[in-house]
Design a binder for this molecule. Structure first.
Ligand SMILES: [Zn+2]
Length: 279
């Protein structure tokens, strides 16, 4: 399953009925190659269903990643909320691994009013504990905290690269739309995107670009970062330059399109990437 595999965040809209197995078949019909299983509102998939999905996805040539629930905050002041957050990530990881997914992403934490360095140490400690738990229970899947879309959320690219340096096996999920929104529109040129990939490669090794977990879609930002995802046609994010940088750095991995018009935009990205990749 090499190359840059492009697909949708969850079940394509044109899938009937809207089930994950039908969605996998639909992606293959559309000529797409990847699905992110969306556990964003809770992990409601059994191990048995996951095992069936693994078989079907292999048969259809569709790779899988997982998005853990939104309701996660490893820096909550309430210990039970931190524990529940870890349990949600671990459950997403277990079910995801059973489905053959390679990576699980999540928005790790909020800063609240804490010093970012202190938040970093808190997130790192909880990440370490989760990695140990996955190791103990022999669950093989990558934990990939995501670059987040607003300044109140932990998850700059620098923080996530540092986590990867200090916790071997952890790599960032790079959401280019979030990086753009978080910067209030500044992070929007080929040089920015190429710089991000260069930094990942130089700090985490070339292998980091050989199975990179990526999110890309249109986005709208306000003065506090991310507002909402948009169709590609309506965004000011220079997604063409993102794809050019991915092609130039020969990035391989999984690109999930989180657009409101899922497969339509995923197909646009795939077509454009194929053009740019040949140049
Ligand atoms: Zn996300």
């Amino acid at each position: 399953m090499a190359g840059l595999r492009i697909g949708t965040a969850g079940i394509p809209a044109s899938t009937k009925p809207q089930t994950t197995p039908k969605g996998i078949v639909r992606l293959a019909e559309l000529g797409l190659e990847h699905m992110e299983i969306e556990f964003v509102r809770g992990v409601r998939m059994s191990e048995k269903t996951a095992a069936d999905i693994k078989e079907l996805a292999q048969e259809q040539g569709i790779s899988l990643t997982v998005h853990a629930p939104y309701y996660i905050n490893l820096n909550s002041k309430e210990p039970e909320k931190v524990e529940a957050s870890k349990e949600r990530i671990l459950k997403s990881a277990r079910i995801g691994a059973a489905a053959g997914a390679t990576s699980v992403t999540f928005h790790a934490a909020f800063y609240h009013d804490d010093d970012p360095e202190q938040v970093y140490q808190v997130v790192k400690r909880h990440m370490e504990e989760m990695l140990e738990e996955l190791e103990r229970s022999r669950v093989k899947i990558r934990l990939s905290p995501e670059t987040t879309g607003g300044p109140t959320q932990f998850g700059t690219l620098e923080e996530l690269i540092r986590l990867g340096q200090e916790l071997p096996g952890v790599y960032p999920c790079v959401d280019f739309a979030h990086l753009y929104a978080r910067s209030l529109g500044e992070f929007n040129s080929y040089e920015h995107f190429a710089g991000a990939l260069r930094s990942i490669r130089d700090n985490l090794g070339p292998e980091a670009l050989q199975a990179l977990h990526i999110h890309l879609s249109g986005i709208e930002h306000g003065p506090r970062g991310e507002k909402r995802h948009l169709p590609l046609a309506e965004t000011e994010l220079n997604y063409r330059a993102v794809l050019q940088a991915l092609a130039d750095f020969r990035v391989q991995g999984y690109l999930t399109c989180e657009s409101p018009i899922l497969e339509e935009d995923a197909l646009i990205l795939k077509g454009l990437y194929a053009e740019l990749d040949q140049e």
